[in-house]
Design a protein around this ligand. Structure first.
Ligand SMILES: [Zn+2]
Length: 162
């Protein structure tokens, strides 16, 4: 395979492919979220050297799409089974982690709200041990703090209670 030739062709033909935006997922074209190279490198199962050299990774936010990480190079993308952890918002994620660092699941958060009176993220942390260890940039697939995910689990549990 002659990769450099393929790349040149990609650039020259890009004018004709306006649908292909650099920010959308190459598979489902949903807009993704920017994610740190540190996160990608840590969560992709294989040790792939080129990952370190890419600084514009994005993560596909479409729950139905198999693609997780992608970048401007179409050959460099990773699907769910190439990632060490289930991506909580993808359809068949099991378990659904709310806090990746301390491996607390969405179910545990909901249980703390329903059965142990938890109302805030701090309550959840106290009851479940969530966020005890905090290294979100390496453990959370989005590379962001688990705080927001825990909050949305609390909201979900409260909505279901009504
Ligand atoms: Zn996608």
């Amino acid at each position: 395979m002659n990769k450099s030739r393929t790349n040149t062709e990609k650039f020259t033909s890009s004018k004709h492919e306006k649908k292909q935006t650099t920010k959308g997922c190459p598979f489902c074209s949903n807009p993704g979220a920017a994610v740190s190279t540190v996160t990608v490198k840590h969560l992709v199962k294989q040790n792939i050297q080129i990952i370190s050299e890419i600084n514009n990774f994005r993560i596909c936010m479409n729950p139905k799409c198999d693609i997780v990480y992608y970048c401007r190079i179409p050959e460099i993308s990773f699907v769910k089974n190439q990632i060490r952890v289930p991506i909580w918002y993808k359809l068949d994620a099991d378990p659904k982690y709310a806090c990746y660092c301390s491996q607390v699941t969405e179910q545990q958060v909901m249980d703390a709200v329903r059965n142990h009176g938890a109302k805030t993220v701090n309550d959840i942390n106290r009851i479940t041990g969530a966020m005890e260890v905090s290294n979100c940039i390496q453990n959370n697939p989005l590379g962001i703090c688990c705080h927001k995910i825990i909050q949305s689990c609390i909201d979900k549990a409260n909505q279901n209670n009504i």
